[in-house]
Design a binder for this molecule. Structure first.
Ligand code: ADP
Length: 459
């Protein structure tokens, strides 16, 4: 009996054990299944995501390309891409309209086959003035608002262009993009405006000069008798007429400077003697205002303490420029120094090295605000500060100075400290003594003197 019971218990036990085992196995299978399904779902979602993003990227790239070509084709300005061999790789319809070449003919050609830069007379510009060559040499963008292109038809058009370099990681120029436009109409209008200003100022200068002359006569005791009140009025009228005369003269000069009609007769000038003499001529106007005037040669450091000034051998600082034009520029700077300085002194100085002759006009005036300095040499620019606003002027003087200095391959700039004064510098290329003597000999023999450009290589 007890055996039967034990056997029955044993079976129940075995049954329970089998059930637990089965349940455990089922659970494991279920877990594995869930894991597999999760992994599969994850993979599927990742795959679908990457397929979607891939197709998005492809279509966005396609869109970008399309957009760029739509933009380039729609631009009215000419857009040209050239490679490092100067071969045209892209030529938009704007470029085709301006230069009269079809894109399919232009692409693959050398840039110079289409873009023939010429001067106003139609002569080809030398390679130093070719904007593309300049870009490949300097690796910098080139901007030119005064370029001229010779067309297939033989016509010359005025263009304004910007060429920007394409640089690789090693900063090598691998190509360039040029954007240009036809500005013939604008340039013609500018020329007419210049001609009008020049004619008008010339015509008005003549009667103003006559009025000034008569006012001078009426103020001259030897020819006229005026009472003190009338003299006071006449003196004021005389000063205003002088200002008006200066304004017309400046307008005339700036118009001439801009259209290249400013006459220039360059000659060999020894700046030491030239500046010393000019200082003596200008001294009077400054001293009348109570300002001291000084001419310095070299910098104080260059003077050896054991030598007196008389023992110093002054180097000869030769340049090749029109002395009248240079006188005009220096006089302008000196007049400004007198005009804007209330007390102190004005120094004219001369220094130089093998390549450059540098002279400067230094004053102890109000100085110029830093934000005005970059604009100072632009036409009609005047500083709007309380120190200078009340003083009359045209804003043309420094513009004319810059143009004159550029005419002889020079540079002009200013350094200034507010409340302490300003120094205007002019650098001109220096001629060595041998070359200067050669040129002087040529001039006495009356042979044609060289152009400024051809002197550049021989300082
Ligand atoms: P302007 O006829 O007005 O003097 P300029 O072109 O000669 O014209 O000078 C431009 C401006 O630069 C002037 O209006 C003046 O504000 C400033 N300027 C020129 N020279 C000096 C100077 N030596 N000191 C202070 N300001 C100056």
């Amino acid at each position: 009996m007890s055996l039967i019971i034990e056997t029955a218990n044993y079976e129940v036990l075995m049954h329970k054990y089998n059930l637990t085992l089965l349940l455990g196995l089922g659970l494991i299978v279920l877990l594995l299944l869930a894991l597999f399904v999760t992994v599969w779902l994850l993979r599927r979602s990742r795959k679908s995501k990457s397929t979607a993003s891939n197709s998005k990227l492809t279509s966005s790239l396609r869109d970008e390309k399309l957009k760029s070509s739509i933009i380039i084709n729609a631009i009215d300005d000419g857009v040209v891409l050239i490679d490092d061999q100067r071969t045209i790789q892209l030529f938009n319809p704007g470029a085709a309209n301006i230069v009269g070449w079809k894109a399919e003919d232009a692409v693959g050609l050398n840039w110079q086959a289409i873009f023939k830069f010429v001067n106003e007379k139609g002569e080809p510009v030398n390679s130093a003035e070719d904007p593309v060559e300049t870009l490949f040499q300097t690796k910098k963008s080139v901007r030119d608002n005064s370029a001229n292109l010779l067309m297939k038809s033989g016509n010359i058009i005025a263009v304004s262009l910007v060429i920007s370099p394409i640089l690789d990681n090693d900063q090598r120029v691998t190509g360039a993009v040029s954007v240009f436009r036809d500005v013939s109409e604008e340039r013609q209008a500018e020329q007419q405006r210049g001609e009008f200003i020049s004619t008008a100022s010339h015509e008005m200068r003549t009667p103003v000069a006559a009025i000034e002359g008569y006012l001078e006569l009426s103020l001259n005791d030897k020819v006229s008798t005026v009472d003190s009140r009338a003299r006071n009025y006449l003196e004021k009228a005389h000063t205003s007429t002088q200002h008006l005369g200066k304004l017309f003269q400046d307008l005339l000069t700036s118009a001439k400077v801009e259209d290249g009609r400013l006459t220039s007769h360059p000659d060999v000038v020894e700046f030491g003697a030239f500046l010393e003499q000019l200082t003596e001529e200008l001294r009077f106007a400054a001293e009348k205002k109570g300002l001291a005037v000084e001419f310095t040669f070299g910098t104080p450091q260059t003077i050896d303490a054991t030598h007196t000034a008389e023992k110093l051998i002054r180097p000869l600082y030769y340049t090749y420029a029109d002395p009248d034009r240079v006188r005009e520029a220096i006089t302008n700077l000196f007049d400004n120094a007198v005009k804007y300085t209330d007390k102190g002194k004005i120094t004219l100085g001369l220094v130089g090295n093998e390549q450059v002759v540098q002279f400067y006009v230094r004053d102890t005036g109000p100085g110029i605000p830093a934000e005005d300095i970059p604009h100072l040499f632009q036409k009609f620019y005047r500083v709007d500060s309380s120190a200078t606003r009340t003083i009359g002027g045209t804003g043309l003087g420094l513009f004319i100075c810059r143009k004159i200095v550029e005419l002889y391959g020079g540079r002009i700039w200013v350094e200034s400290v507010l409340g302490q004064g300003s120094t205007f510098y002019i650098n001109l290329p220096r001629l060595n003594t041998l070359r200067a003597e050669e040129l002087k000999a040529k001039a006495t023999k009356n042979t044609t003197l060289p152009q400024i450009n051809s002197l550049a290589e021989s300082p």
